[in-house]
Design a protein around this ligand. Sequence first.
Ligand SMILES: *Cc1c(COP(=O)(O)O)cnc(C)c1O
Length: 213
Amino acid sequence: MGIKNSIREIKKQVPKGIEIIAATKKRTTEEIMQALKAGISVIGENYVQEAEEKFSLLGKKARFHLIGHLQTNKAKKAVSIFDMIQTVDSEKLAMEIDKQCSKIKKLMPVLIEVNIGKEKNKSGCLPEDVERIAHKISTLKNLRLRGIMAMAPYFRSPEKARPYFRKARQLFDRLKSAYHLDILSMGMSGSYKIAVEEGATMVRIGTAIFGNR
Ligand SMILES: *Cc1c(COP(=O)(O)O)cnc(C)c1O
């Protein structure tokens, strides 16, 4: 269908006010440029090194969000590239990001990544850890907690993900007023319509924009 038309179709399905971010792992800067021309302004990258290469080519043309797991030893590089880190999943990582941000005097917006289905081998904290990590982040000067990023289990039939999105929404609602949260990032190519119905404010879409990886 082409990148431009795909984005147009997705925009029809997603109410205004919900941010569509393009998940751009393994995509070329040419593909990303097409998405930016079609009205995408935020790209989600999974790997620090890959993002660094794209950042050197795209710079301020896009806002960069980290949507992949961050190792503490990559935090220094990550804070210099990303406009938001969506994958804070431990107090230790939050503290390291804070430390690196303080060195370059940057206030970093962050989301707490939740492994909402408690799947083994998936990153993200457990739902019961979110509140503790939220509290920790609220004590760190260089981090600004904006919300939650939920990873739901993958199902061929996206309707099955609905209870997980609902659970993420309930977690979000519970912390929302205490921490002034405004972002609930959930839903991918197969599941974004369900995620939006369940209260997502941001969806992360790769395949439905760019085709198969
Ligand atoms: C790849 C990826 C997406 C997008 O997945 P698609 O199914 O290609 O839309 C969203 N979120 C994260 C964290 C990803 O790694």
